[in-house]
Design a protein around this ligand. Structure first.
Ligand SMILES: *Cc1c(COP(=O)(O)O)cnc(C)c1O
Length: 406
């Protein structure tokens, strides 16, 4: 048996872990705010927040306090009992959004799984067994459970796992005519990301979401917004739907909701929530007191006007600098996205090379992400200090310079 604090290295990954990830060559061991240190004490600026997860930076004092305080009180009681942190969090979410009811789970995939099951259940209860079709967008990403990879619009995630789940249709994103052509009386739900995240940081057009809303109303289908990545202040509003003025029937959240602690949620109306009557759906860990206590603290900070206006200010700073860098080094065709979820789209010459950009950034002490092979993704902390953001972008410039010279 190995000692609990035995020395471990990156090479151990290949010996003891499933090979389904290809992690970086360094191992982060400590972090604070927007800075991360690896085993050798090398410092990185983090412009990723996990993948839009640690939205208040690393080890935010309010979150550390919420977690440690709850850790000394109550960790888990099962859903045979309710608990105070879950009730507090649900109240906060209901107060801050269109929703009247919250259901808690542990991840984005589980949130979408619940949302999709709810849509099928509602349609079944109200209209009978023929109404079960789900319409989703190509290139969308909704998680990695069997249902959510089938609903997601990327064959690479759904192929090779046996028979597909029936009744799912995909249409091109941001194409209202294509949506109109497939939504009908058998449709129980349309699920959309207000900004496609994994698909390349592609925001929806306002008219598209408005059109989707009208179509769903006309055909008694639920409109589900997957806000796992776009929510929790990322766009400068608490949820992205608020920028569009288009209200979904069901909203899924996760990632930033726990600020780095695993939690997911779906939000909906009382009339829809009632279809999940006792025993219809559930999860052991959903509504866990530790997760809910942390998420409550996250919401307190994120919903403050200073945080949300801070996102909009940082957006302008980040976008302008990325555009300038793109022009100077001739790499990007466009910088797109909202708030602090931005994608620098590689031009024809650099197409497919997002991973090379990531590796160059890493070599210059900077953590960035890709969103597919052609887009370099930025999702910094919503409260990143201006000086850290500038330093991160300076490092990014040095990384780009090294790439262009090579
Ligand atoms: C990350 C993501 C998910 C999946 O969340 P997990 O917590 O990894 O299960 C679902 N939808 C969107 C839009 C995401 O970005």
């Amino acid at each position: 048996m190995s000692a609990p604090h035995a020395q471990v290295q990156r090479a151990d990954f290949d010996q003891v872990m499933f090979p389904n990830y290809a992690p970086a060559t360094f191992i982060p061991v400590r972090a604070e705010g927007a800075r991360v240190w690896d085993q050798a004490g090398r410092e990185f600026i983090d412009l990723t927040s996990g993948i839009a997860v640690n939205s208040l930076g690393h080890c935010h004092p309010a979150l550390v306090e919420a977690l440690t305080e709850q850790a000394g009180k109550l960790w888990h009681v099962s859903n045979v009992f309710t608990n105070e942190p879950a009730l507090r969090l649900a109240k906060q979410l209901v107060d801050a959004t269109f929703a009247e009811r919250a259901f808690f789970c542990n991840s984005g995939a589980e949130a979408n799984e619940a949302a999709l099951k709810l849509a099928r259940r509602v349609a079944h209860d109200r209209f009978g067994p023929e109404k079960y079709e789900i319409v989703a967008a190509f290139n969308s990403f909704h998680g990695r459970t069997l249902f959510t990879v089938n609903v997601g619009g990327q064959a690479k995630y759904s192929d090779g796992f046996g028979p597909k789940i029936e009744g799912i249709t995909h249409v091109p994103y941001n194409d209202l005519a294509a949506l109109e052509a497939v939504v009908n009386e058998r449709t129980c739900a349309v699920i959309l990301e207000p900004i496609q995240g994994e698909g390349g940081i592609l925001p929806a057009a306002k008219a598209y979401l408005e059109g989707a809303r009208a179509l769903c109303d006309r055909h008694d289908a639920l409109l589900i917004f997957d806000e796992v990545q776009s929510g929790m202040g990322r766009t400068g509003e608490l949820f992205a739907y608020m920028n569009y003025g288009v209200v979904p029937d069901v909203l899924s959240s996760a990632k930033g909701l726990g600020g780095g602690f695993p939690i997911g949620a779906i939000l909906t109306t009382e009339a829809l929530a009632k279809h999940f009557s006792v025993g219809v759906h559930g999860t052991t860990f959903g509504g866990n007191p530790l997760a809910c206590a942390v998420a409550s603290a996250v919401l307190d900070v994120v919903t403050s006007p200073e945080t949300l206006s801070g996102v909009r200010e940082r957006h302008a700073r980040l976008k302008e600098r990325l555009e300038a860098l793109g022009a100077k080094y001739g790499l990007f065709s466009q910088v797109r996205g909202m708030g602090l979820l931005l994608g620098a789209v590689l031009n024809d010459e650099w197409k497919g090379k997002a991973r090379d950009v990531l590796l160059a950034a890493e070599a210059h002490g900077l953590m960035v992400l890709q969103a597919g092979p052609d887009v370099v993704r930025f999702a910094p902390s919503l409260v990143i200090h201006g000086a850290d953001l500038d330093e991160g972008l300076d490092r990014f410039e040095r990384a780009l310079a090294s790439l262009v010279q090579a």
